[in-house]
Write a protein that binds this ligand. Structure first.
Ligand code: ASP
Ligand code: MG
Length: 287
């Protein structure tokens, strides 16, 4: 049985954190894992700005692109040898963005958004898969577009559950699979996104379709709290929360897990753990 792990942008925002994620994964190397990554750090926001610039035409989008490049290349320089094949792979992804930017924006906004913003996840997963191979953590990188099938509501793809279940069951076979969060694919093979913070949902979709034994969302907080630790001094860690309580908490602004993510897990009674990537041995929350 698979466990589905999801690592968000903060967990892989710099080399220090990436090395930490590598260590966490090595400690689970005997488990069957599907590992979902979102884009590194604030890359999704950076790419959103790039799309704005491109579509509005007021600011040169290549300036934003350069920021995204600098961010990733600084990580690559610290993490890989100069001759590593990752440099070409990452470069090819930037070329995909450049090809779009060289043409005038004629398509609808949300279509353009999905084609460009999704590159953040393709970048992070390529980098993480290669880094993990280098440290001896075997893994197979799967393209989320072969797994999660949606309609063509760009920016907010609606999952075709039957098709998605078939695709996930036939492609997820290796002991350690890695894939992109947040991304789906239309029947015409165009990239869609599932809405901001969609990577948690991707993890839930994978778990639902695989009948996984658990989902672990690795965060920079100790677990699910009764209040937002950013605004309250001493929020309490909720060690055990029911699915319904978690949904309620989400509606009351405990911005931890979106109800959309909880629903498929609730349906199949798949436990969800929120754990801290800073203190991976701590219990965290069990939903
Ligand atoms: N990278 C996307 C976002 O920041 C998806 C995610 O992180 O869940 O919204
Ligand atoms: Mg993100």
């Amino acid at each position: 049985m698979y466990s589905v792990f999801k690592f968000g942008g903060a967990s892989i925002r710099d080399v220090h954190n990436i090395i930490n994620v590598g260590k966490i994964l090595q400690s689970y190397s005997n488990d069957k894992l599907v590992i979902v990554f979102s884009a590194m750090g604030k890359v999704t926001n950076m790419l959103e700005n790039l799309v704005e610039d491109y579509v509005n035409g007021n600011t040169d989008p290549f300036i934003s692109l350069q920021k995204v490049k600098d961010f990733h290349y600084s990580i690559l320089d610290q993490l890989f040898e100069k001759q590593d094949s990752i440099f070409d792979k990452v470069n090819n992804l930037f070329v995909e963005i450049e090809r779009i930017l060289e043409e005038k924006p004629t398509n609808e906004y949300s279509y353009i958004y999905d084609q460009i913003v999704s590159i953040g996840e393709f970048l992070s997963t390529k980098i993480m898969s290669n880094y993990l191979l280098n440290i001896g953590f075997n893994n197979l990188l799967l393209d989320a577009r072969d797994l999660i099938k949606t309609d063509n509501s760009y920016g907010n793809g609606k999952v075709d559950w039957d098709l998605t279940t078939n695709c996930i069951k036939s492609n997820v076979k290796a002991n350690h699979c890695i894939t992109q969060g947040f991304i789906g694919c239309t029947s015409e093979n165009f990239t869609t996104t599932l809405g901001r913070e969609g990577s948690d949902f991707s993890a839930a979709i994978l778990a639902f379709c695989l009948d996984a034994n658990q989902v672990v969302i690795w965060k920079d907080v100790p677990g699910m709290m009764n209040a937002d630790p950013k605004y309250f001094d001493s929020p309490i860690l909720l060690e055990k929360v029911s699915f319904d309580e978690a949904i309620e908490l989400a509606y009351f602004g405990a911005k931890i897990i979106h109800p959309k993510t909880i629903q498929p897990l609730k349906k199949k009674k798949i436990p969800l753990y929120i754990k801290s990537f800073l203190n991976p041995h701590n219990k965290g929350s069990h939903i």
